[in-house]
Design a protein around this ligand. Structure first.
Ligand SMILES: NC(=O)c1ccc[n+]([C@@H]2O[C@H](COP(=O)([O-])OP(=O)(O)OC[C@H]3O[C@@H](n4cnc5c(N)ncnc54)[C@H](OP(=O)(O)O)[C@@H]3O)[C@@H](O)[C@H]2O)c1
Length: 368
């Protein structure tokens, strides 16, 4: 190991979790502790990564409900620098992105299948969640962008558009959660691919203003009193395609304007991830109403997980989106929280809509 590597590293451990985790935001109910541990000795084909940013993604919440429990490290995507390597494909000084931990340092094992079995049931040699991706920051693409617009969420947008939301030139398309990481990229890619009218739905005036800057044709704030009337006006003539990140009532309102057989991608469902036991019935009834409307419109609501796409497609997406940012075609924004000790807040802010663009957690002050 080189001389710059400290003897210990810090990692976030789940110290306490509620019995009933449903409906719980992390900060309210979970307790985290930062523990210092001895730096591990690298084994053959392992890579030591100094993590610069951690990604508080909505799916980290799903991990909390399923596989992450008391005493364990918090897992999620990170981006950082290789500081030591016993793997022939990775060298000191290179930048990498992968599913590691909320830690100052992580040992990556790029050849081993990842243990997040509830998400992945695919060929381990192709398993995109296990792989450690080489990334190339530039003047326009920051290192942290590889957790967002050119990271797992951006790849989600890319594969979803490529495989499931094929539109014709001039099409009218609605995007919800439009000022978030995936939504803002989807809208810009749709315009780049020839959509005629892209309507974005977001939760504040500032977010709507940003969407117009990004080239969305119309931006509607779902918290406005006359939101439904604004949306109906925007959708006059019918909707040819629908990218949904939030589900719930908003999905229903958009589906009403959908043309028959128009494609619908349900990428995520931010409005219904955290129902309390009291809210669960209403959430399920809303889902049924949405499905019924989709049936009436003779359309299938497509759902997919980015983890099921092979790593080659991830590499292709990273290159495609990086190129568009470097050419000035795609813009992005990030909301940064500092320090591993704020992991709960950084995660909960996504569910409170406090992020514009990608929410990232800075682990280490660094200059790239
Ligand atoms: N299919 C896949 O493989 C895959 C992969 C990654 C992510 N996803 C999903 O894609 C969606 C977007 O992810 P992202 O990383 O880009 O997140 P994000 O959009 O950057 O952040 C989430 C946004 O959702 C909105 N939101 C939060 N609670 C809401 C509610 N109750 N009702 C309506 N909107 C709400 C907030 O914006 P407002 O202020 O506008 O409300 C918030 O900023 C998520 O549902 C995520 O789970 C899917």
């Amino acid at each position: 190991m080189s001389g710059q590597i400290p003897l210990t590293y810090d990692t976030v451990i789940i110290q306490n979790a509620p019995e009933n985790k449903e409906g719980a935001l992390l900060e309210d109910k979970f307790k985290f502790e930062i523990q210092s541990r001895p730096m591990p000795e690298l084994q053959d084909r392992e890579v030591l990564v100094e993590n610069h940013f951690f990604s508080p993604d909505p799916f980290v919440r799903v991990l909390f409900l399923t596989s992450q429990s008391v005493g364990q490290k918090v897992r999620g995507f990170t981006v950082g620098k290789v500081v030591s390597s016993k793997h022939p494909d990775y060298h000191e000084g290179q930048y990498v992105m992968g599913l590691l931990e909320a830690s100052t340092h992580s040992v990556a094992t790029p050849d081993k299948p990842n243990v997040i079995k509830f998400i992945i049931d695919s060929d381990p040699s192709q398993d995109s969640f296990s792989h450690l991706y080489h990334v190339k920051p530039s003047d326009r693409v920051s290192l942290s962008a590889f957790l967002g617009v050119t990271g797992m969420p951006g790849i989600t947008a890319y594969v979803g558009l490529k495989h499931y939301l094929k539109i014709s030139k001039g099409a009218t398309v609605v995007v919800t959660g439009a000022a978030g990481c995936i939504g803002s990229l989807v809208g810009q890619l749709l315009k780049h691919q020839g959509a005629g009218k892209v309507i974005g739905i977001a939760g504040s005036k500032e977010k709507c203003d940003l969407l117009l800057e990004y080239g969305f044709d119309v931006a509607v704030n779902y918290k406005d009193a006359d939101y439904e009337a604004q949306l109906s006006k925007a959708c006059e003539g019918g909707v040819d395609g629908f990218w949904d990140n939030v589900g719930g009532k908003t999905m229903e309102l958009v589906l009403k304007h959908l043309k028959n057989e128009a494609p619908v991608v349900s990428c995520g469902s931010m409005s219904s991830y955290l129902p309390t036991p009291e809210e669960e019935k209403a959430v399920n009834e809303q889902k049924q109403r949405n499905q019924q409307l989709a049936d009436e419109k003779k359309t299938k609501i497509v759902q997919y997980v980015v983890a099921s796409f092979p790593r080659q497609e991830w590499v292709e997406a990273i290159e495609y989106i990086s190129d568009l940012i470097n050419k000035g075609v795609v813009k992005y924004q990030e909301t940064e929280t500092d320090g591993l000790e704020n992991i709960g807040k950084a995660h909960d802010d996504i569910f409170k809509g406090r992020n514009v663009g990608k929410q990232v957690l800075r682990v280490k002050i660094c200059q790239v």
